[in-house]
Design a protein around this ligand. Structure first.
Ligand code: HEM
Length: 144
């Protein structure tokens, strides 16, 4: 089911917006963490900061922009699954890295890595579905 905050933005735009909101949340969390590391002069959690920013902010934003560029890709059920799996992975993996750096077993990091990789596979699946679509049905549409 589409989250209520996307009601005004159905279809591809709504899905892209969900990716962008998760991306901006990661950017804010990762940036706050960067400030904390700088102020505390404690860089032991730098890999957590890097993964929050590069999976959460950069990759999730790229996914969102891809669904805006190829709206036909957002119509497949695969796309909603991609949002759920990559969205979870983008937060579970940094959390798992934080726990592992703090000395806990790496189980959560492994789960996050598997989720993230499954999300990457779903994204590739969506792209390949588009490549295989009949000519003209996967045209690039400029954002309104
Ligand atoms: C307010 C914004 C930010 C602040 C204050 C900040 C601060 C920092 C600090 C203090 C470090 C550790 C440097 C060291 O280990 O000597 C770091 C590392 C890093 N940051 Fe940021 N950062 C910010 C935003 C970002 C963003 C937006 C990205 C990526 C899109 C990013 C990617 C990285 C990466 C890849 C590393 C290296 C991590 C590692 O060595 O394991 N940062 N940042």
């Amino acid at each position: 089911m589409t989250p209520s905050f996307t009601r005004a933005h159905d279809g591809a735009a709504g899905l892209a917006l969900c990716f962008m909101v998760l991306s901006a949340l990661s950017l804010l969390a990762g940036s706050c963490m960067g400030i904390w590391m700088g102020v505390a002069h404690d860089f032991v959690f730098a890999p957590v900061h890097a993964h929050l920013n590069l999976l959460g902010w950069a990759s999730m934003a790229l996914f969102g922009l891809a669904y805006r560029a190829w709206p036909a890709m957002a119509e497949a059920p695969l796309a909603r699954m991609h949002l759920a799996v990559s969205g979870a992975g983008a937060f579970v993996l940094p959390l798992g890295i934080a726990l592992a750096v703090a000395g806990a077993p790496p189980a959560v990091a492994i789960l996050g890595a598997l989720l993230w990789t499954a999300g990457a596979a779903l994204f590739l699946g969506g792209l390949l579905r588009l490549v295989a679509a009949p000519a003209g049905s996967a045209t690039t549409v400029p954002a309104e």
